[in-house]
Write a protein that binds this ligand. Sequence first.
Ligand code: F0G
Length: 346
Amino acid sequence: SLNWRGLINEYRHFLPVAPDVEVVTLGEGATPLIYAPVLSGMTNASVYLKFEGANPTGSFKDRGMTMAITKAKEAGSKAVVCASTGNTSASAAAYAAKADMSCLVLIPAGYIALGKLAQALIYGAKVIQIKGNFDRALEIVRELGETKAITVVNSINPFRIEGQKTGAFEVIDQLGFAPDYHFIPVGNAGNITAYWRGYKEYEKAGLSHSLPKMIGVQAAGAAPIVLGHPVLEPNTIATAIRIGNPASWEQALAARDESGGDIFAATDEEILAAYRLLASRESIFCEPASAASVAGLLKSKVPAGARVVCVLTGNGLKDPDTAISQIQVPTALDATIEAISEAVGI
Ligand code: F0G
């Protein structure tokens, strides 16, 4: 409907927000679920893409942040803090500004996509770059949350997961049923935890009659859950999921095992191939980490006719450097019909 009021108001009976509480919202949620004919043909399945890049700050983090900031505001908190590979910081900065709260973000210096850094700054957060990776930043943030008057809005904040579970509600509301397979990138492992909770809650409420197999995809250079141990120096072009010690590790394993799913890795080459294919064949420009879900689909075997959802977690515009690295930037020609005709061969 055109009068979508943000996901808390739309799904309030599934969320721990009392009727009288004022909601901090930017109208997040209601993102498109797009049928993907090319991927469907390639896999002999029915593939749908949940494009979370259409959220107000360009990623799925807005689902969790509307909840985390609404609850922080309700509790009288004046300041929030997060560690981030970029998207959480952009979302926290935006929702904190909306709630008139201050926002501190810790990011790994040199490993944040340009658009995300620009967002955190322009929304007015205090941005600290650390000489350390995301895992170290999260350790510091946990300690700040315990020792200072500041609310942590990473996905260790339980309200984040509550908000993000609405992604599963929307998939079911849009499809009319739960998919057979749900592919999702895994970094800190909050989102796989949240989707699994959402699918289970909708089934319990009688709003769907089956549960998907949850298939998590990590980047090969940052695949602690696949390897079974933390990775001290994670590395991948998909900087959003450059994480070596995920906070929701146990919950991710539970989602995998309870659903009969899997968690495996895709290489940077596979991720970039999926990233280019999504843009050029399905007309969806997502960021590299998001393409991990599709890279995972393309290297796994789903049964013929399976109904598959891949979550595309963030917008491609977040990371212009990676996009430009994948294409040939055209050189400037003389501004004449002749020069252009010659260059394109018409
Ligand atoms: N995709 C994108 C675009 C992300 O930004 C993230 C996480 C993930 C996937 C993985 O989700 O952590 O719940 O498993 N980004 C966090 C951040 C870590 O700081 O923005 P997850």
